[in-house]
Design a protein around this ligand. Sequence first.
Ligand code: SAM
Ligand code: SF4
Length: 458
Amino acid sequence: MKGSRKLYIKSFGCQMNVYDSQRMADTLAPEGYSETAAAADADLVILNTCHIREKAAEKVYSEIGRMRRLKEAAAAEGRRLLIAVAGCVAQAEGEEIVKRAPAVDLVVGSQNYHRLPELIARAGRDRKIVDTEFPPDDKFDRLAAPSAAATRARGVTAFVTVQEGCDKFCTFCVVPYTRGTESSRPVLKIRAEVERLVDAGVREITLIGQNVNAYHGEGPDGRPWPLARLLGLLAKLPGLERLRYTTSHPRDMHDELIAAHRDLPQLMPQLHLPVQSGSDRILAAMNRRHTRADYLDVVARLRNARPDLALTSDFIVGFPGETDADFAATLSLVDAIGYAGAFSFKYSPRPGTPGADMDDQVDETAKSARLHRLQAAIDRHQATFNRSCLGGKFPVLFERRGRYDGQLVGRSPYLQPVQVEAPVSLIGTIAAVTITEVSSNSLFGALVQEPALAGAGA
Ligand code: SAM
Ligand code: SF4
């Protein structure tokens, strides 16, 4: 272990960045870096950025401003603070970042995190380093695995990236440009990573990818395996209680994957299946390559396989050309599906994507009004779904202590947070809970007393 140094990492955006941030910390641990929650104490700050909407990208620059002030304060004390920008803004803007924000020492694209130790050593020698190539070597082979202690500190649920990049080229989206073409990790490497996590106490794994259900990694037989087969293999691992995957594209929701929702008890009855719009005209303009009817058909088949499936989605309002009638079609789709929750966004034109150059951009006032109405509809459905759980008995995986003494927070099979009075010894276990109260986005419950135990106390 080299000299002891402090690392502060801040993740913006999706779960893929959360996972990447952990792997960067794991890769820097043998270099003597331990994580700190206080940027002011750090020797190295990494901002792992998101470029999906303009607001997300701009947030990075205000955060760099804050880090610049900490860097100046550190220099006044005779300490050096190195600032690195990673993730999708790094990939998309590269050199531009050091021009606009000279306090930044290092810009590292999303495929190059395994090179961090070497890049940091070079950046230390008073030079600006920008590394945003898409190298031929697989970063996952070179990123260090977490220690068992680091895994335990991160809790009983974990993300594992199985797929990266995207070839779909939806006309609003930067992902194919920032994360590159679609690639999948081999099955056995994923299984080895999951086994290590489970050995260190993880009970729930979420497989992640920008387009996770397009997964086609090399199987043990040398052939590409679909996601359904990967899930089937992982479901056999002793100690792994729960599986989830995100984010999926409706076009890649094939029969085998739908059947997995029926056949694998470890696969939780909850699915994030973004639709973006309920209007066929807009879906076509977005290059989603499916219709509203196709989406409804996929949902019907999923619900046939798993009747209690809780569905969530993403929506974009105000895509170029969206009329009141198109937006009404989105609202009616929300009512037709009855989502358990959803994210909704105002369309944000992204440089270099076809949508940004379309003529009929929608004005901000109309976008805001539509977003407001859509969010109200989504909230209504979420509240209905949560209310339907009242009085129900569900297995809850306890993750951590709650805000109040004696309280734990866990997750229902449908991914809702559930707050329960329970002993700390239950963290990492699944126990039956009766839902006694619901609020807009949280459930409250009580441990179900086993009849024998209840009898023993009577
Ligand atoms: N691969 C997923 C899919 O096909 O639905 C989406 C991944 S994207 C990282 C997450 C969400 O961000 C999208 O589902 C979309 O709703 C939203 N998003 C992407 N680009 C956007 C843009 N230019 N403006 C507003 N929202 C956007
Ligand atoms: Fe972006 Fe998802 Fe479309 Fe790929 S499928 S381009 S990640 S929105």
